[in-house]
Design a protein around this ligand. Structure first.
Ligand code: SAM
Length: 181
């Protein structure tokens, strides 16, 4: 299991960023998103996408986000520009993930030092400042070695049929008859 924890959320300013952390976590193979209660309004958007485009993907809201980190029973990855290069530690993280559920922490603004201490791996996707969404996407793709790109979705109401040009979205039941495509 891979759980993404979004630490920090500035109301107003971070609404789309937090939503996109959730959508990226879902699309690129994580199983669950944990949000702080201050970001609870974002839950519905991510859940709505899961309802339409499939899952499984869970969203949990907590009022004790640091408690979740402290009591996590498994390896913890904290994505930070100050961390060790992802290309150096990815093998070790995959090995740790085989032993237990992985918590991936991404921030919004300043991260308490306790998170750096508590993390088993502080991981940089480059050591340049950029974005939690970009860092999460590259990290998950490295973790799953690209396999997440071929993931199958369950209980979708809508399925995109890839097109060289144009948009095609169908009811998944229609996919049972490939001649329709
Ligand atoms: N300045 C903040 C700090 O000192 O912690 C970080 C702000 S940054 C806009 C928001 C989040 O993006 C960070 O908490 C981290 O999770 C992620 N991030 C940004 N650059 C990163 C990088 N090069 N590697 C990994 N994560 C990164």
């Amino acid at each position: 299991e891979v759980v993404v924890l979004r630490l920090g959320h500035r109301p107003g300013r971070d609404e789309r960023m937090t939503t996109h952390v959730g959508l990226t976590a879902r699309a690129l193979g994580a199983d669950k998103l944990v949000l702080e209660d201050v970001a609870s309004g974002r839950k519905e958007t991510v859940t709505d996408i899961t309802d339409r485009f499939g899952g499984p993907f869970e969203v949990e809201v907590t009022d004790e986000v640091m408690g979740r980190i402290r009591s996590w029973d498994g390896p913890i990855v904290h994505l930070t520009m100050y961390g060790e290069p992802v290309q150096k530690v990815e093998d070790e993280i995959r090995a740790a993930h085989r032993e237990g559920a992985l918590l991936v922490v991404v921030g919004a603004e300043k991260i308490p030092f306790e998170v750096y201490e508590h993390a088993d791996f502080n991981v940089g996707v480059t050591n340049q400042p950029h974005s939690e969404i970009a860092a999460l996407a590259v990290f998950l793709d490295r973790l799953f070695e690209g396999r997440e790109l071929d993931r199958e979705w369950e209980d979708a109401d809508q399925v995109v049929v890839p097109q060289e040009a144009g948009k095609k979205v169908v009811d998944p039941d229609e996919l049972d008859n490939p001649s329709e495509l």
